[in-house]
Design a binder for this molecule. Structure first.
Ligand SMILES: *Cc1c(COP(=O)(O)O)cnc(C)c1O
Length: 382
């Protein structure tokens, strides 16, 4: 059997262990220390704006703290893009709040601005003005930020950007994760860079960052004994984990380039196969890190569906995966309000994510290409 080709696997740069060793040598084996500070600084300068970053244990934790800092409480409503990973929506439930799901639009697969505005108007008319909006940059593709920001400002609702998949992506030259009141990053094992597990909250002032750090370290008041006047969390990033992050930041630009090359590989591969469209940037305004490359299969033209292709790839030990199943179709969120025209459902039914790792070899690409060409009944060439 050929070795497994993964959808997206960790790809170390080389210096990660150097930073970990430093932590051991100086006994900074704790959820604070020079690697945590250094990783935060690296992220701040990469995002290239006057942002303040708090390194945390997970992207999910960052979303939870963003909601708390936006004042989301029990019984509130929070608007969330429906087509996303469940981690975008779960923190709404952690707060005892209720999600209101918004459909995608076809250009970016992200939050549809028209459905967003319709939802806000309707929730307000029902006496429930949403407390926050969570927009996602799916697979690294920036959402329609001009339109979404305009709506968030018009109704004065704080915007939280789930940029867990979009580190290295930009919209009109500005880094994803820096548009909203808060931005969320993830360094889970399958993301464009990884710390094995971790996340960060992107803030726009020191006060917001300090509050995130305070809440993430059990909310200790300033006193010699342990004194608490808030509920706290254990969400801070470990100094060992942050060492991996510092090593990964040295190679982030290379990783973006490699993922974009995988996208170009698929664009070339599918160029002459009728009925397949490769998920691509709608215009020059959008720069995607192409964290995952994805396609839509038109079954009427190809006579085949995404599940057939997924199985054909799996038989050759190649991982692929359907697009995110929209949250309004998930049993756990059944009964939640949903606004849209079912674009995300069609994407889910016909879409497939293909191996996209920055560490794939020419041999891996040849294997992928042969399975795909055979599947679509084309000539095989090497
Ligand atoms: C990975 C991911 C998260 C969660 O990040 P973790 O670090 O795994 O907690 C949130 N939202 C999206 C869209 C993600 O892909």
């Amino acid at each position: 059997m050929n070795s497994k080709i993964w959808l997206s696997s960790p790809h170390m740069g080389g210096n990660e262990q150097k930073y970990i060793n430093e932590a051991f040598e100086n006994n900074w084996v704790a959820p604070l220390g020079p690697n945590v500070d250094g990783f935060e600084k690296d992220l701040e300068s990469f995002l290239n704006k006057d942002v303040k970053v708090a390194a945390l244990s997970a992207g999910t934790a960052a979303l939870h703290l963003a909601l708390i800092e936006c004042g989301v409480k029990q019984g509130d409503e929070v608007i969330c893009q429906s087509m996303t990973f469940s981690a975008s929506a779960n923190p709404i439930a952690y707060c005892g709040a209720k999600p209101v799901f918004i459909d995608s639009e076809e250009d970016t697969w992200n939050m549809c601005p028209a459905a967003l505005e319709e939802a806000i108007e309707d929730r307000i008319s029902k006496g429930n003005k949403p407390k926050a909006i969570i927009v996602v940059h799916l697979y690294g593709m920036p959402a329609k930020m001009d339109e979404i920001l305009r709506i968030a400002e018009k109704y004065n609702i704080p915007l939280i950007e789930d940029a867990a998949e979009a580190l290295g992506s930009t919209y009109k030259g500005i880094a994803c994760g820096t548009f909203g009141r808060f931005g969320v990053l993830s360094f889970n094992g399958n993301k464009i860079i990884t710390t094995s597990g971790g996340g960060a909250l992107v803030c726009h002032n020191q006060e917001d960052k300090d509050k995130a750090v305070f809440l993430s370290t059990q909310a200790r008041d300033n006193a010699p004994h342990y004194q608490h006047s808030h509920i706290g969390y254990n969400y801070r990033m470990s100094n060992i984990v942050a060492g991996i992050g510092r090593g990964q930041m040295e190679v982030l630009n290379n990783r973006v380039e490699a993922r974009r090359n995988m996208h170009n590989f698929y664009a070339e591969l599918f160029k002459d196969i009728e009925g397949i469209s490769v998920f691509s940037e709608p215009s020059q305004d959008y720069f995607s890190n192409h964290w995952l490359s994805a396609i839509i299969i038109d079954e009427k033209i190809t006579g085949k569906n995404r599940e057939d292709l997924r199985i054909a790839l799996l038989e050759e030990n190649i991982e692929s995966r359907p697009l995110w199943k929209p949250m309004h179709l998930q049993p756990v969120f059944s009964g939640s309000p949903y606004y849209g025209t079912h674009v995300s459902e069609k994407l889910f039914e016909n879409g497939l994510c293909l191996p996209s790792g920055s560490n794939l070899s020419d041999d891996d690409r040849t294997r992928i290409k042969n399975v795909i060409l055979t599947f679509f009944n084309s000539k095989i060439f090497n």
